[in-house]
Design a protein around this ligand. Structure first.
Ligand code: AMP
Length: 249
């Protein structure tokens, strides 16, 4: 079984985001970039399936600038076998991206694609679903557990207030939720080994996908600044403030 894992390079989750003064987007100058955390979970799951002898090859793909090679190398250091960089400096929207990924799937013919449930920069939560629709494949989104069951795949999904287990016909799309696993740190020997693993370089034109933008970002703004808290002297004062100032009781 071959698994394809799309990964995105995003602003590191520890970085405090700064909005550009003209409100057109987020300032990326000198900002630490890392693999999207949900993509790390997707890679970890694919590598575990390979270690268990279920998967035979794990291929990682990223659509983005040349620097996305570093993100692919991180995935290779975690255990993926080879990488594909679809180089573009354009900001991708989920539909255009899903069309490119469809081209990659048609070329690579994986049995399963595991994506993150969402990228923490755009919070779109759309790419896996759109890819499944374009391919006509079954999909298990927000997966917290997956297991192969003959020719099918059982996916346990995190839904409101509980868990739902579904059986998918293969080939299938899975999107990884937070509790699917805890991704490993790449060891130094594996980081060294990853340097020798191949990364194919492609362009958007190689997949003849119409990735033209359909959306225009009108503006990006910072969240409102939270007011500082205060220390109250007594329970009575707390109740008084909740009643007469905050108006919540
Ligand atoms: P999104 O739909 O943008 O929230 O992203 C969901 C998932 O789609 C991510 O966790 C990745 O697995 C995949 N993805 C998003 N953007 C890219 C990209 N530029 N290159 C490769 N995979 C991506």
């Amino acid at each position: 079984m071959k698994i394809l894992v799309p990964v995105k390079r995003v602003v590191d989750y520890n970085v405090k985001i700064r909005v550009k003064p003209d409100q057109t987007g987020v300032d990326l100058a000198n900002v630490k970039m890392s693999m999207n955390p949900f993509c790390e979970i997707a890679i970890e799951e694919a590598v575990r399936l390979q270690e268990a002898g279920t998967a035979t090859e794990v291929v990682v793909v990223s659509v983005g600038p040349t620097q996305a090679q570093e993100t692919i190398r991180t995935a290779l250091a975690m255990g993926a076998d080879r990488g594909i960089l679809v180089q573009t400096d354009d900001e991708m929207e989920p539909l255009g991206l899903a069309k490119i990924l469809k081209g990659v799937v048609e070329e690579e013919k994986p049995d399963m694609v595991i994506l993150g449930k969402q990228a923490i920069d755009g919070d779109n939560n759309q790419t896996g679903q759109m890819l499944a629709a374009l391919l006509g494949w079954s999909q298990g989104t927000f997966a917290s557990e997956i297991s192969l069951d003959g020719d099918s795949l059982n996916v346990t999904r995190e839904i409101d207030g509980g868990l739902q287990t579904i059986k998918l016909a293969m080939p299938a799309i899975v999107t990884a939720d937070l509790r699917l696993n805890e991704p490993r740190y790449a060891s130094l020997p594996n980081i060294m080994k990853a340097k020798k693993k191949p990364i194919d370089e492609k362009t958007v034109a190689d997949y003849s996908a119409d990735a033209a933008p359909r959306l225009e970002i009108v503006k990006v703004t910072e969240p409102p600044v939270r007011e500082a808290g205060i220390v109250v002297e007594s329970v009575n004062e707390l109740v008084d403030k909740l009643k007469n100032e905050a108006g919540v009781i």
